[in-house]
Design a protein around this ligand. Structure first.
Ligand SMILES: *Cc1c(COP(=O)(O)O)cnc(C)c1O
Length: 495
């Protein structure tokens, strides 16, 4: 079956998967979605025998139907290799009654590697397939983790440049250090004086600017995006939910056909949307539990049906979730509204007034979702308790998910086997992790001292991704105002 993609806002024509990946975003400001979500018509008993790469192929070929088998297998082989510090690529650990799906074994120790290690290969393959001669300029806004993963993925990939914008005071020290030390002749890192939403809105504006894109085309360039709005990010993220289910069956934790719940620490709604797509493919997922930090716009949305971004923005210990405009929610709204026009109306209200309310009928279609949030105090308490009870160390993002799962269980008594998406290594946010589990004042330690303090406490090997960066020279130091983002991009491209 050929899967084609269209905009959630109804304009523009159908495009192939490779065209959607290349373009990143349709011209009308919507997001690409498949006309129909393909079915996972493979036996789970067969999936249970496969390794990660094989499962990836089974899932991805159903969405990226214009890639040949050889193309897709080559992309998968180049992405999921020794860059990951475990041969199984992701690992599933049972702790304190839940299954932690560790998605942080890639080069930048956060789950973004799961998709961003394959996106550059999908993108360059897509360019070849569509006879694109232009150089592709990847524009990315990051709340911390996407940036480094995109830089690492695209560094020195021929025919591409990658430009990353991050909020100057909105990322962790390790995250910032990882980005500003990035090597590669085609990598550019720019700090903005603003928050993630400013960065994301600025990038979307540049991508939508037709005049600028004509100017680029004349000079042999075209934009694309590595943000989770690109279906080339979304599709690889579906894989690990299927893989986790197959692992639970393989380990006799569930029987084929039994339900599993998933809990996802959520920011831009990309990761949990991938789980929702997996469910729509036919994977037996029960509840989709959406966990927010104190920026609880999604939690409120699932409670009230009203999405309201007009509120105070908090910097938390889980910065990759410090987001008030969750872009990928548009794909869910589109699905439950059942119409491009209705979706477009709501998204226009969001951009004009910062608020929209969905109908009761639409809310009814969200019954598989549960939303809640964890405060900073609850998050720290969960890190401490998990460590004291089991010796397992959670990063603050995963801890938010764990706290919300506790809340869900005490509210519902639902004992369905549950997978919690573990989105980052504790080393990536070691300051706040140490603060939760150690009596020593982590604020007084240097970064390198924090690494060894955490290593002593939790006895998990220090990932290379952390070891390297503190000796590496700073290669990027541009800081700019939000209003200068477009000019900065031009300066980089046309210099
Ligand atoms: C990006 C990120 C998230 C949020 O994922 P979304 O797909 O944006 O919802 C959560 N945790 C970590 C560590 C991340 O890097």
């Amino acid at each position: 079956m050929d899967v084609l993609y269209k905009s959630t806002r109804g304009n523009g024509s159908a495009v192939s998967a490779s065209q959607a990946i290349l373009k990143g975003m349709p011209d009308d400001g919507g997001l690409f979605v498949p006309f129909e979500i393909p079915k996972l018509d493979v036996n789970v008993s067969d999936l249970a025998k496969m390794d990660y790469r094989e499962v990836a192929f089974e899932v991805m070929r159903r969405f990226l139907s214009d890639f040949t088998e050889a193309e897709l297998k080559s992309c998968i082989a180049k992405a999921y290799d020794e860059k990951f510090d475990t041969e199984e690529i992701v690992s599933l650990k049972e702790r304190d009654g839940a299954f932690y799906l560790e998605l942080f074994h890639g080069p930048t120790i956060a789950f973004k590697d799961m998709a961003l290690s394959i996106l550059p290969h999908l993108m360059t393959t897509a360019a070849r397939k569509n006879h694109v001669k232009n150089e592709i300029v990847i524009l990315t806004a990051t709340s911390g983790d996407t940036g480094k993963a995109a830089l690492a993925g695209f560094a020195d990939v021929p025919g591409t440049k990658v430009i990353v914008f991050y909020p100057k005071d909105g990322v962790s020290p390790v995250q910032e250090r990882q980005m500003v030390t990035q090597k590669g002749g085609n990598t550019y890192v720019v700090a903005i004086r603003g928050n993630f939403d400013d960065a994301q809105t600025g990038v979307k504006k540049i991508l939508e600017d037709e005049k600028l894109s004509r100017e680029l085309a004349e000079k042999g360039f075209q934009f694309s995006s590595a943000n989770s709005i690109n279906i080339g990010r979304l599709v690889p993220q579906i894989v690990y939910y299927v893989y986790a289910y197959a692992l639970l069956v393989r380990r006799n934790k569930i029987k084929n056909g039994d339900k599993m719940n998933v809990v996802v620490p959520t920011g831009n709604f990309g990761n949990i949307l991938a789980a929702f797509y997996a469910k729509n493919m036919g994977l037996p997922i029960g509840k989709l539990i959406c966990a927010s930090n104190e920026n609880k716009v999604l939690s409120d949305f699932f409670h009230t049906g009203c999405y309201d971004r007009n509120r105070e923005f908090f910097l938390t210990s889980s910065p990759s979730m410090d987001i008030l405009i969750s872009s990928n929610l548009e794909r869910l709204i589109y699905m439950v509204s059942g119409s491009e026009d209705e979706n477009k109306k709501l998204m226009e209200q969001l951009s004009q007034k910062g608020i929209y309310k969905i109908s009761d009928e639409m809310r009814g279609r969200l019954h598989n979702f549960y939303g809640n949030y964890a405060s900073e105090k609850e998050t720290q308490a969960v890190i401490k308790k998990m460590f004291e009870d089991t010796g397992y160390v959670l990063d603050p993002h995963t801890a938010v998910a764990s706290a919300v799962y506790d809340e869900y269980q005490s509210e519902t008594k639902d004992d369905t086997p549950t997978v919690i998406a573990s989105t980052a290594s504790p080393y990536k946010f070691m300051g706040s992790v140490l603060h939760s589990i150690s009596t020593e004042k982590s604020e007084n330690l240097t970064d390198v001292e924090q690494i060894s303090a955490l290593h002593k406490i939790c006895n998990v090997a220090v990932p290379n991704a952390v070891k390297e960066i503190f000796d590496a020279p700073v290669l990027h130091d541009t800081v700019t105002d939000v209003k200068n983002m477009e000019q900065t991009v031009k300066n980089i491209i046309f210099r």
